[in-house]
Write a protein of this length. Structure first.
Length: 507
């Protein structure tokens, strides 16, 4: 065993067009016997204010069958209210660490203390394939650093020998047996053991079916390694789309329904002006750009990139909490801005989504779920329904909604559509509900909440109607709320619709 000290003095600081990165001195290996192993240990300390990413170059010789890395780091006690140490890890191969380049081979964040890669297998979160000669880079992500600094130790082991064979990946089909144009239920933000989840794809698929879902989207943090492990879980009754939760230091975004094998880089902040490039990468790969939990309170979760590149926004993430209420209010303000500026101002309205973000027990897959009107149960049709806002969010399969706007002359529009009638034309808004016992319905417009119903009966079914004109309400949307516990504070959401727009405004 060989010890190498990597302190603050042995470094090269460079800026790659993304966040500043720190590259330490190289770790070298000499080729050993065909079946031998070599191990190196690297120790160092990162100070507070370290760059987002610290790279440890590893010179990999010919004839390596497997690379294995383990790490530990100190977690000293810190004062209340002070961030302690948290260190993420991943690896890039001989193709390098260029932003958006070909070198990515895996990322486990802080979910694992060790990983391996070889041609025929790899730790979940990492991509199997040959361990080729060249300079590899272990990527350390000092997520938070305690005032005492972050002392770490890396152990790198190379095993020599025949490399084995890499099996070609098999991906799930892009369609399932649908019901033609119909409402389909889905959960597009889910985590497996290929990142920081604790469930296998098989367990997630079983829970999705039990939740009444028709489609799901794989969205592990900063890795697409799960893509090749979903094919045998798909079926005529379940469409499985592939994606990634792109987890930056300035917010998270779900890449929804990208082409199989698509990797989206995450190593940038809002100030780096790189998000537009990677939003375009998602769309070129056939996916949607969906900012996730924009006001979540976890470190690095707050959304800082704006919504100009978004195709939809996740306003409801897992159990309904105060940060979801803030996101809901922000989304409603975006709708008001849209009706004020309209298409003449080049603004496109932003549909809302809800997803479970389920990681492990007791997280409930399919709570909430997005219910989408799609032409069929295919990736493209579901995405088009989401992009068009022909959808509503429900806390479970038990809740079903119908929401329409109809003029006196019989013209009508549904969720995500526009009823193009004159400003003074009377319009009837109708909300039909099932599966929401004791919930209260609210009709909301650009003027605010204009109708609140009595609680629904214990049967959970009911109808709410409201009369208006486009001159009074430029859009209308509906919410179902659980019974409130105190005064006029709204209860948790049970369901939420995207809006119906009223009138001929906007060009």
């Amino acid at each position: 065993m060989c010890d190498d000290a990597h302190g603050i003095g042995r470094r090269a600081l460079f800026v790659t067009g993304a966040a500043a990165a720190l590259t330490l001195g190289s770790v070298s290996f000499a080729a050993a016997d065909d079946q031998g192993q070599e191990t190196r240990t690297v120790r160092g300390t990162l100070p507070p204010g370290s760059p987002d990413f610290v790279y440890v170059p590893v010179e990999v010789p010919q004839g390596v069958r497997e690379i294995k890395v383990s790490y530990t780091y100190e977690k000293p006690t810190v004062p209340a209210g002070t961030q302690g140490n948290a260190l993420d890890i991943g690896i890039f191969d001989q193709h390098g660490t260029e932003l958006g380049g070909r070198g990515f081979r895996g990322w486990s964040g802080g979910a694992r203390t060790e990983f391996f890669i070889r041609a025929d297998d790899a730790t979940p979160g990492y991509l199997p394939g040959p361990v080729r000669e060249g300079t590899w880079h272990i990527a350390l992500g000092p997520y938070t650093v305690a005032p005492q600094g972050l002392a770490y130790e890396l152990t790198i082991t190379l095993t020599y020998g025949e490399p084995g064979t890499t099996a070609p990946p098999v991906y799930p089909p892009s369609r399932a047996r649908g019901r033609g144009r119909a409402w389909y239920r889905g959960d597009c933000h889910l985590h497996s053991w290929y990142s920081d989840g604790r469930r296998t794809p098989a367990e997630i698929a079983a829970l999705a079916r039990a939740a009444g879902l028709d489609f799901i989207n794989s969205s592990d943090h900063n890795t697409h390694s799960a893509h090749a492990h979903w094919a045998d879980q798909a079926g005529d009754d379940l469409l499985i789309m592939l994606g990634e939760e792109v987890t930056t230091r300035n917010g998270h975004v779900v890449a929804l329904g990208t082409d199989p094998g698509t990797f989206v880089d995450w190593r940038y902040r809002a100030r780096d002006n790189r998000f537009g490039r990677f939003a375009s990468r998602i769309r070129r790969a056939g996916g949607l750009v969906v900012p996730a939990h924009p006001h979540a309170t976890c470190v690095g979760c707050g959304w800082k990139f704006g919504f100009g590149e978004a195709d939809a926004v996740e306003v409801w993430n897992g159990p309904y909490t105060p940060d979801d209420e803030v996101t809901l209010a922000e989304w409603d303000n975006l709708l008001v801005a849209y009706v004020r500026e309209g298409r003449a101002g080049g603004r496109v309205w932003l549909p809302a989504m809800g997803n479970s973000d389920a990681h492990r027990d007791p997280d409930v897959v399919g709570s909430p779920q997005t219910v989408v009107l799609a032409d069929d149960l295919t990736r493209e049709a579901v995405q088009e329904g989401i992009r068009a806002g022909r959808s509503y969010i429900a806390e479970s399969k038990n809740i079903s909604l119908t929401f329409t706007a109809t003029s006196d002359r019989g013209r009508h529009a549904g969720i995500g559509e526009r009823l193009e009638v004159d400003p003074d034309t009377p319009v009837t808004v109708r909300l039909e509900i099932s599966g929401a016992p004791r919930c209260t319905a609210r009709i909301i417009t650009d003027q605010g909440t204009l109708l609140t119903s009595d609680p629904l009966p214990v049967s959970g079914s009911g109808v709410v109607e409201w009369r208006t004109t486009p001159a009074y309400a430029a859009y209308t949307r509906a919410e179902l709320r659980h019974e409130t516990a105190a005064g006029t504070v709204p209860g948790a959401l049970a369901a939420l619709t995207n809006p119906i727009f009223l009138g001929r405004w906007g060009g």
